[in-house]
Write a protein that binds this ligand. Structure first.
Ligand code: BES
Ligand code: MN
Ligand code: ZN
Length: 485
């Protein structure tokens, strides 16, 4: 979909369909044909309740009236949802050029950004493996954002970020026999090749072993697929602020290994590379936006399978940081991969760390599909990450770190164990496990188990959500813009 901004009135654009937001108790802005749209409101056919839809034909165009709710409850998220709802109706009706008329006096909600995000995220479909076009395929070719002030900059930024979200969704939705660790590495190369400020290195099994990444290598040992240690480096001229280290879990399929998962929902474990996808695509967006900040992205990509060469419960391995790790449960593989990916990020100069991972089912039990779990060991950094997520409109909820959780992942035989002997507090003990590998660098951990797929939002069709791409980009913007902690 082509997306542009205009300061022209919606009625005089080339659009066949115009979307107008209705705020409770306020008249229709820029009405046409002496009140044709207001008449629909007066008749009760068009309503201002959030997401309500009505359609009219006037002045040679189709008009979609979408409810925005009460003015004092207007929000960026409300605008994203309204845009998604309007997009759905426009698509059904066969619209091809849609103009969204931004609501007045809504500047503080960054409406241009919200409308572009809501529309492009809602328009996303994963059809790579369909041999015929599915019903209701989008014919919408263009979105025009109309406002009294020029929104071209905001629109361009939103397009870059949302395309990165949708690219992450493509990676998530691609089945594991196609999206192998090698394929994820190849995608990282493609992303990097588009920007001369972005470089990419992909190391395979031999290098992982050679670099002493015994924990990562142990996870990869059960699969014949070559693992990939993906390193992206974004080094623009004139960068300021601390060096940002983004670390992603890229388990392209998690069977659980010898501690095998039940069959029921194992297919969902193709999504276990969501954190890695977010890191790769966020770096592409950060480079495209030319943000003046240095970023190192490290993604550990591997399958977690069972075979004669797989790691076993009771195995002890040596991590790149030198700590020995006792593998009590081969299904707690994400922390093994991440522990060894934090090391090169720190080694290469990361001064602030964020890891993103579908790490524990426990966080999904706790926060459901609404919030991602969030841990941080530095208040200044915690505020930056929370601020970035807030700006991006992604929900994260702070969870505790505590020495008593850390005690639960002390090993009997080795320095640390990859599972607590108690079943309780599993998301927090996983966080404390990772904490042992952060080398004192301010760190935040995002457990996105519940939010990675099937969000149930109007702008999130079934499947991958591309969660955390928007937050990571916003975080890079903030890190570039000013002194963090
Ligand atoms: N990838 C899973 C976590 C997961 C579970 C993601 C459900 C999405 C949906 C992770 O590797 C895992 O298996 N975690 C275990 C840890 C446990 C063995 C300590 C879990 O949460 O059960
Ligand atoms: Mn697992
Ligand atoms: Zn996993």
């Amino acid at each position: 979909m082509r997306v542009t901004a205009t300061t022209e009135a919606a009625a005089s654009t080339a659009a066949d369909t115009v979307v107008v937001g209705l705020v409770e108790g306020e008249g229709v802005p820029h009405d046409v044909e002496e009140g044709a749209l207001q008449a629909l409101v007066d008749a009760g056919e068009a309503q201002a309740s959030p997401g309500a839809l009505a359609v009219a034909h006037a002045a040679g165009k189709r008009w979609i009236l979408v409810g925005l709710g009460a003015r004092e409850r207007l929000s960026a998220e409300g605008l994203r949802l309204a845009a998604a709802a309007a997009h759905g109706r426009a698509r059904e009706l066969g619209a091809s050029i849609v103009c969204f008329e931004l609501p007045h006096k809504a500047r503080e909600h960054q409406p241009a950004r919200a409308v572009v995000e809501g529309t492009l995220m809602a328009a996303y479909r994963f059809t790579a493996f369909k041999t015929s076009a599915p019903d209701g395929a989008s014919g919408i070719e263009a979105l025009i954002v109309s406002d009294h002030v020029d929104q071209a900059g905001e629109v361009a930024r939103a397009v870059v970020v949302t395309e990165a979200v949708n690219a992450a969704r493509d990676l998530q939705n691609t089945p594991a026999n196609h999206l192998t660790p090698t394929a994820l590495g190849a995608r990282a190369h493609v992303v990097a090749a588009a920007h001369d400020t972005l470089s990419c290195e992909v190391a395979g099994r031999d290098a992982i072993v050679e670099r002493g990444m015994g924990a990562f290598a142990a996870v990869a040992a059960g699969s014949e697929e070559e693992p990939a240690l993906i390193t992206l480096r974004y080094e623009p001229e004139g960068a300021t602020g601390p060096v940002l280290g983004l670390v992603g879990k890229g388990v392209t399929f998690d069977s659980g290994g010898i501690s095998i998962k039940p069959a029921g929902s194992m297919a969902d474990m193709k999504y276990d590379m969501t954190g890695g996808a977010a890191v790769v695509e966020a770096l592409g967006a950060i480079a495209a936006l030319k943000l003046p900040v240095r970023v190192i992205g490290v993604v550990g990509a591997t399958e977690n399978l069972l075979s004669g060469s797989a790691m076993k419960p009771s195995d002890v391995v040596v991590s790149a940081a030198g700590l020995t790790v006792q593998i009590d449960n081969t299904d707690a593989e994400g922390r093994l991969v991440l522990a060894d990916c934090l090391h090169p990020a720190i080694d290469q100069g990361a001064e602030r760390l964020v890891d993103v991972a579908t790490l524990t089912g426990a966080i999904m039990s706790t926060l459901g599909k609404v919030y991602s779990g969030f841990w941080a060991d530095d208040e200044g950094w915690a505020n930056e990450v929370a601020g970035a997520a807030g700006e991006a409109g992604e929900l994260i909820w702070r969870m505790p770190l505590h020495e008593r959780y850390a005690e639960l992942v002390k090993g009997a035989t080795a320095d640390v164990a990859n599972q607590s002997p108690l079943r309780t507090g599993a998301a927090c003990t996983a966080a404390e496990f990772l904490h042992r590998f952060t080398g004192g660098v301010p760190w935040a951990h995002l457990d996105i188990c519940g939010t990675a797929w099937d969000s149930g939002r109007a702008y999130g069709p079934k499947g991958g959500t591309g969660v955390m791409v928007r937050t990571l980009v916003a975080l890079a913007e903030r890190t570039a813009a000013g002194p963090a902690a």
